[in-house]
Structure formats: structure tokens, C-alpha cells
Design a protein around this ligand. Structure first.
Ligand code: ATP
Ligand code: F6P
Ligand code: MG
Length: 456
């Protein structure tokens, strides 16, 4: 997919006529390594060869609008009502983002009315639209200490027109949607329905997901907290496996289509012998298969530690005739690859006279339900600030993201245009291979979905 400058332009509701509370502060600011001035842009690509590939002067090369406060804003803060919703799976930092949005809106822009819709997009249906929470700086003061979301979340589709009716009936001018790929898709549908009716409502997405599977963002918030927590479980399993005869430690982590949590947690723990992720298919049997490698590890070291993402090896489960079902949001329900790997290893090692001591942990919800760590807390707060500035300046159908360290506005359509995955040819996976010393492939090289490293 070749992206052009126009693909990266963000929609604006209209001319900015009101003075921003940040006007004075911005008057002397210029672009620096630590700041992108209003009107400047952030390049999509960051290598000389990728940039040169466009054969364009840098001002015409694909670039994102920089996020941040503007001197002039679109909405009159005195007349603004903002709405907030959190949707999809839990993720560390949801409460931090809610708190950041409320504080920025209320304290700096003096917005008086902020409504929290409950239980995800369900809260925007006719049935639930009046059951909102009034969000105030006092009310959200301490919420960032807790995991989850004070607003609740859910999966499952809602009618876009019904949701727009809710926004109109509740007088919403700005809607913040905090969600993953599904949430960004929902925000896009909502925006399309708003645009079709010619309404003056801004929709700003704040991308979240512990899977880190959203594109055009360096990392999604909560990811770092989640993989840090996962590291504890790998360390525990490694200790158990090392202290047991023929010890086999397995940790199954979330990661539906993307193995970022498994990869990062394995690198952080630096105790795994094998990492299995959805992006790299593997075979169980055969001289080069997973089971033979596990056997070699147990013979050589006396134990083995495996970290696997829940989405790994789903093709193997299909061989077992597993039906493909979907959840309420249309996401594929995965088969339990952890159980298959565990059972297969137990059977194999027993058959070769190495009866294993199995230590299997599936800490999924324990990893994503925690509060944000210090790094994510800062990140969430800054994303929230960027989201409020974007909305007050009349940007819409856009998400805020950090791209190559800078905060930027990304068109919603782009956020759902592809999936961020571990590139088997990229340097993250190379680090995993360097650390685990596992072979690049288990079994005959299989056809794998190519992950594109660049955008052109
Ligand atoms: N194509 C779509 N059109 C409209 N709404 C959608 C679409 N896809 C998802 N949604 C809605 O967005 C909400 C969140 O989606 P989903 O449950 O997939 O979680 P998510 O936002 O992807 O978060 P995560 O991946 O972190 O769990 C759900 O209410 C879902 O129905
Ligand atoms: O059990 P739930 O809520 O459907 O969530 C499970 C999914 O949510 C995620 O955490 C995020 O999409 C995935 O890693 C996982 O497959
Ligand atoms: Mg999702």
C-alpha cells in the first residue's frame, strides 16, 4: 500500500475562530527535537531509503499533522458537551486516559459538561443513552490507581444511526472513543453517519489494546504495563521448570493476531527457550519440529521454557477440526493452543522416556486488568491531552497516536487499514531468535502472511 500525503490528511469541521487558552504559550514555540510546532508535520517514514523511494521533495512526502494545542480553536468551550466511551477488551491505562481527558477539558478549556457512556458502545443505544456518568475533575481524581475502566466496556455491534441519535439527544459536540481496532472501526462508522447527516460533531479516537496490533502508532498504551506483568509469570515458570525433573514451563499470553506481548515479555524475562507467535507458523512433529527441539533442550539443560501467544499455531488446531466461531464483535474465537502444545509435549517426552514435570500458566486476564505502570501513565495522559487539543481544534474522524516519538493525528480510516504484527524479517523477531537460540522455523518452512515493513 503506497500512502500519499493526501491519505494522511485529517478532516477538519471548519475554521478555527476562537482563541485557545494556549495561544500565549504557543507564540514563541518552534520545532525542535522535543516539539513539533503548529503547522509542521511528522514524516511517515524514517529511513533515507524509504523517504527517497517517494522521489518527492520532503514537503510533499507523506506526513502526519502534528498533535498538540492550537492558537485558535473551532469549538467555543463554553458551549461544548463532550462524551467519552471505552470499548473492547480491558487494557491498563483506560482510567488514566479518561482522567486526562476530563482534566484537560475541564481545567484548561473550561468545558462544563462531560458525559461518560457506560459499558462500551452499548451505552450509546436508545436503551442506555440516558444512563451516563457526569465526569468531573474531582470525580476522576483517583481513578488512575485502578485497572479496568470506571465506565465499563463491552463487545458487540450497535447501529450507527442509533448512536448518532444518542449524540444528538444528549447534545454531544465532541465524542472520544477509546478502543482497539474494533473501537476505531466503530468510530469510523459513527463518523460516517455523523457526516451523512451533516452534523457538527467531532469524533476522536484514542487507540488502545494490549495486543499492540494497531498500525501507525509506535506502541499502544497499556502494552508496556501488560508485557511487564507477563514477565513475572515467565520468571515464575522458569524457576519452577529449572527446579523440576524434565521441567517444562509454558506461559500462554494474549495476542490474537500479533505476538508482541509474547515477544517483549520473553525478551524482558530473558528466560525463554522458545517463543511461539501467530506470525510464525510452526510444526509439532518431524526432526525439525517443535517437539524434537523441546526434547533436545530437555536432554541438554534438563528443562525448557516456552512462551506462546494465544493466536500461535491456530492452523494446527484446525487440523483437529476446531470450528471457527466469532465473538459478539466479530473477532475470531481462538482454539486453545496452549493445551495442545502442553498435551503434545507431555506425550512426546513421556514416549522418549523423559516424563516431564509440566508447569503451565495462562495469566491472560491477570495481565490486562492491572493499573498502568509509570511509563504508560505518562503516555496515557499525553495521549489524552493530544485528543482534547485535536477535538477542540475541530479535527474529526481522526485518532491521536505517537509516531516515531512525536504525537500526531492519524485519519481513522488508516488506523483500521492494516494490522500491526511482528515482522518475522524484522529486528524484534531477530532479537527473540538471538535470545532464545531457537531455530527460525520449526518444521518445513510454511507459507506465512507477509508482514510489510514499510508502507510503499
Ligand atoms: N466493523 C465494525 N463496525 C461497527 N462497530 C464495530 C466494528 N468492529 C467492532 N465494532 C465495535 O467496536 C467495539 C469494540 O470492538 P472489539 O470488541 O473488537 O474490541 P477492540 O476495540 O478491538 O478492543 P481490543 O482489541 O483491545 O479488545 C464493539 O462494541 C464492536 O461491536
Ligand atoms: O475474553 P475477551 O474479553 O473477549 O478478550 C480476549 C481478547 O482480548 C484481547 O486482550 C484484546 O483484543 C486479546 O488479546 C484477547 O484475545
Ligand atoms: Mg481488537
Amino acid at each position: 500500500m503506497t500512502l500519499h500525503l493526501d491519505d494522511l490528511r485529517v478532516r477538519q469541521l471548519g475554521e478555527c475562530r476562537y482563541d485557545s487558552p494556549f495561544s500565549e504559550m504557543l507564540s514563541t514555540k518552534q520545532t525542535s527535537p522535543h516539539y513539533v510546532a503548529e503547522g509542521d508535520r511528522v514524516l511517515l517514514e524514517d529511513t533515507v531509503s524509504m523517504l527517497a523511494g517517494h522521489r518527492l521533495p520532503s514537503v510533499q512526502a507523506p506526513s502526519f499533522e502534528a498533535a498538540g494545542p492550537r492558537r485558535k480553536i473551532y469549538f467555543d468551550p463554553a458551549n461544548v458537551t463532550a462524551g467519552v466511551v471505552t470499548c473492547g477488551g480491558l487494557c491498563p491505562g483506560l482510567n488514566n486516559v479518561i482522567r486526562g481527558l476530563v482534566q484537560e477539558l475541564a481545567v484548561h478549556y473550561q468545558v462544563k459538561r462531560i458525559l461518560g457512556f457506560r459499558n462500551g458502545l452499548q451505552g450509546l443505544t436508545a436503551e442506555h443513552r440516558d444512563d451516563t456518568v457526569d465526569l468531573t475533575p474531582e470525580g476522576v481524581r483517583d481513578i488512575h490507581h485502578a485497572g479496568g475502566t470506571i465506565l465499563g466496556s463491552s463487545r458487540g455491534g450497535q447501529d450507527a444511526d442509533e448512536m448518532v441519535d444518542t449524540l444528538v439527544l444528549r447534545g454531544i459536540d465532541i465524542m472520544f472513543v477509546i478502543g482497539g481496532d474494533g473501537g476505531m472501526r466503530a468510530a469510523t462508522y459513527l463518523s460516517n453517519a455523523i457526516r451523512a447527516r451533516g452534523l457538527d460533531i467531532a469524533v476522536i479516537g484514542v487507540p488502545k489494546t494490549i495486543d499492540n496490533d494497531l498500525p501507525f502508532t509506535d506502541q499502544s498504551f497499556g502494552f508496556q504495563s501488560a508485557f511487564a506483568k507477563a514477565t513475572d509469570f515467565i520468571a515464575a515458570v522458569a524457576v519452577e521448570a529449572a527446579a523440576s525433573p524434565n521441567g517444562v514451563g509454558i506461559v500462554k499470553l494474549m495476542g490474537r493476531h500479533s505476538g508482541f506481548i509474547a515477544s517483549y515479555a520473553a525478551l524482558a524475562a530473558n528466560a525463554a527457550d522458545i517463543v511461539l507467535i501467530p506470525e510464525v507458523p510452526f510444526a509439532l512433529g518431524g526432526a525439525d519440529g517443535l517437539l524434537a527441539h523441546v526434547e533436545r533442550q530437555v536432554r541438554a539443560k534438563g528443562h525448557v521454557v516456552i512462551v506462546l501467544a494465544e493466536g500461535a499455531g491456530q492452523d494446527l488446531l484446525e487440523d483437529y477440526g476446531l470450528a471457527r466461531a466469532t465473538d459478539a464483535s466479530g473477532n475470531i474465537k481462538l482454539g486453545n493452543i496452549g493445551e495442545l502444545v502442553k498435551e503434545s509435549i507431555t506425550a512426546h517426552l513421556t514416549a522418549v522416556g523423559l516424563t516431564p514435570t509440566m508447569r503451565y500458566i495462562d495469566p491472560s486476564y491477570a495481565v490486562r486488568s492491572i493499573a498502568a505502570n509509570a511509563y504508560d501513565s505518562v503516555y496515557c495522559l499525553r495521549l489524552a491531552h493530544a485528543a482534547v487539543h485535536a477535538a477542540m481544534a475541530g479535527r474529526t474522524e481522526a485518532a491521536v497516536a505517537r509516531w516515531r516519538r512525536r504525537f500526531v493525528h492519524v485519519p481513522l480510516s488508516l488506523m483500521t487499514s492494516r494490522r500491526n504484527q511482528v515482522d518475522p524479517d524484522g529486528d524484534l523477531w531477530m532479537s527473540v531468535l538471538e535470545t532464545t537460540c531457537q531455530p527460525a522455523e520449526f518444521g518445513p518452512a510454511r507459507e506465512r502472511e507477509r508482514v510489510r515493513a514499510g508502507f510503499c
